[in-house]
Design a protein around this ligand. Structure first.
Ligand code: AMP
Length: 231
């Protein structure tokens, strides 16, 4: 099994890029935010534990996340390639992921880092709308649906995520930056980090991603994990 980690602040466009890559049939998209929101909707034990953290824009505890991710990775066949979106978010989670991959005999050939200035992120999050039925993501200006307020895919009503409101956005961006700086350094030092300019158009991002993943086919540097030596 192969895992490509998608790193980037909320609003950087990871989810949208992941959806396009999923449509190529080459990857499965595993978004921890989506998994958690689904768990909350269904009222599962994980959902009940996670809900309060998510409402505040805080991170859900590491043990809960590790269990959730391992369970999902194990559910697929060995030949599956995953886009892991939203995990890891901290150094501790990155170490947990290395252990999970070791146990599942998975490889981590690339970490795609979607890099954008904060002002761009704020603007993207303020305009983001999500289909309440199927989860498809739109933007009022950059990626509008064909019919206003309605999902192109299933016709469901488009909504603003409660944590995309202004009060929570600042906190999420703050938490993200504080938690992930070390993570970016870590993956950079072990040669897995591929920087994507996330301030450009979706098409531009997709072509950057393609270039990196194309080069990855041979996965010369695909060590399977990032050993924290020297950090
Ligand atoms: P996202 O959709 O990725 O912005 O995630 C929404 C919320 O889910 C976050 O604000 C966190 O509360 C929670 N969450 C998602 N992924 C993680 C993670 N890897 N670790 C901890 N909490 C997470």
């Amino acid at each position: 099994m192969e895992v490509v980690v998608l790193l980037g602040a909320p609003g950087a466009g990871k989810g949208t890029v992941a959806e396009r890559l999923r449509q190529t049939g080459r990857f499965r998209h595993l978004s921890t935010g989506d998994l958690l929101r689904e768990a909350v909707r269904q009222g599962t034990p994980v959902g009940q534990e996670a809900e309060a953290y998510m409402k505040r824009g805080d991170l859900v505890p590491d043990e809960v996340m590790a269990r959730l991710v391992e369970e999902r990775l194990r559910a697929g066949a060995d030949s599956v390639a995953y886009l892991l979106d939203g995990y890891p978010r901290t150094l501790e989670q990155a170490e947990a992921l290395d252990r999970i991959l070791q146990r599942c005999r998975g490889r981590l050939p690339h970490v795609l880092f979607f890099d954008a200035p904060r002002e761009v992120l704020r603007q993207r999050l303020a305009g983001r709308r999500v289909c309440g039925t199927c989860g498809a993501v739109y933007h009022v200006r950059n990626l509008p649906p064909r019919r206003e307020g309605r999902c192109d895919r299933c016709g469901g009503a488009l909504e603003q995520r409660p944590d995309d409101r202004e009060e929570t956005v600042e906190r999420r961006l703050e938490v993200y930056q504080r938690q992930t700086e070390g993570l970016i350094r870590r993956y950079e030092m072990c040669g897995l980090l591929r920087r994507i300019n996330a301030a450009q158009s979706l098409e531009g991002m997709l072509s950057d991603v393609d270039r990196h993943l194309g080069a990855a086919g041979d996965a010369g540097q695909g060590a399977g994990s990032c050993l924290p030596r020297g950090l």
